[in-house]
Design a protein. Structure first.
Ligand SMILES: Nc1nc2c(c(=O)[nH]1)N[C@H]1C(S)=C(S)[C@@H](COP(=O)(O)O)O[C@H]1N2
Ligand SMILES: [Mo]
Length: 318
């Protein structure tokens, strides 16, 4: 008799529950006509429907990006966070509520046709919202799988109209030590920034996330807007963005400034390239004790490997 042994990364029955619950809620909303309305109406109208939050919630899911694992339970993704502005431990969700996200202004600056400051709600009206299910991998070797709401980073880049001489885009978080106790610790290189090449920023996977689990972004997850590059380690993916700068000089991000022997510019996920202090071969899915094998480019090789052709001499993976 042939006995099929379940491999570690295959779905277990108990893990399937959160996703099933989430999908059920979606289909209920859709049956009631909400999902359809949100995606059929212009973004502005959908916004009013969502009670003022910028963007339609839930947005229609883009089925091109599929998961190989169950979604992380919402309570885990929203209660186990890295947001050093509010403390260097995972339980910062309470402290992060001090962040005032309305109104929120984003500055576009540097090598652009015309520098500008834009109200987040006004920007959101012009962006094509959708939902994507992505894997997420922190360099500390925990991982999650979450539904982000937002729009392609390429739409943001097009909106900003960078000059053709710009080679990088740099994202910067708010700076407000009055509400962010971490920012009173002067040995950290505040404000938190990190950047991408224009080719990375306009790759189809690069995403500006304004929501999670079909709702506007919780403050602890980077409200009102953060970026998501799912093939890179989490530390690249700046939360609560107030400034978008285009430049022709490679930026040095927050973690690279702190410790360049451990954190570099590219920071692409690779199970075979260890962090100097620990292995990256496996990862723990939040909400479980299970370790699953880490995938090259976090499983997104087909989308991003071309970006790095001919760059073998670069330190692509840490
Ligand atoms: N502004 C800011 N952005 C940040 C961080 C931070 O400390 N401050 N931490 C990063 C790290 S290390 C990770 S793993 C992710 C965590 O995102 P999450 O809390 O939504 O899981 O946010 C990234 N973005
Ligand atoms: Mo991280």
């Amino acid at each position: 008799m042939l006995i099929k042994r379940r491999r570690g990364w295959e779905l277990r029955e108990q893990d399937a529950t959160p996703e099933a619950v989430y999908l059920d809620r979606r289909s209920l909303l859709q049956a009631a006509g909400f999902g359809l309305m949100a995606s059929a109406l212009p973004a502005g109208a959908a916004m009013a429907q969502a009670g003022g939050a910028a963007g339609p919630y839930p947005a229609r899911q883009n089925m091109r990006y599929r998961l190989d694992r169950p979604l992380t339970p919402e309570r885990d993704a929203t209660s186990y966070n890295n947001f050093y502005e509010f403390g260097s431990h995972k339980g910062i969700a309470g402290a992060a509520q001090a962040l005032k996200t309305e109104p929120w202004t984003i500055e576009f600056t540097g090598m652009v046709e015309k520098p500008m400051k834009v109200d987040f709600d006004e920007l959101a009206k012009r962006m094509p919202f959708e939902e994507r299910l992505y894997r997420f991998r922190c360099v500390e070797a925990w991982a999650m799988a979450v539904p982000w709401t937002g729009f392609p980073m390429k739409s943001l880049v097009d909106f900003a109209k960078p000059l053709s001489s710009a080679k990088y885009v740099v994202f910067q978080t708010f700076m407000d030590p009055k509400i962010a106790p971490g920012q009173r610790q002067s040995w950290y290189p505040w404000p938190y920034t990190d950047g991408l090449t224009i080719a990375e920023a306009t790759n189809e996977l690069a995403f500006m996330a304004t929501g999670i689990y079909g709702k506007p972004m919780p403050k602890q997850n980077g409200a009102p807007i953060r970026f998501i590059t799912p093939w890179k380690y989490g530390f690249k993916q700046v939360k609560s963005i107030v400034r978008v700068e285009f430049t022709d000089k490679r930026p040095v991000g927050y973690w690279e400034k702190l410790q360049s022997s451990e954190y570099g510019f590219w920071a692409n996920v690779n199970p075979k390239v260890s962090h100097p202090r620990w292995s990256q071969a496996t990862e723990r899915m939040l909400g479980t004790d299970e370790r699953v094998p880490t995938l090259l480019y976090n499983g997104y090789e087909e989308f991003v490997a071309d970006l790095y052709k001919g760059m073998e001499k670069e330190r692509l993976f840490a």
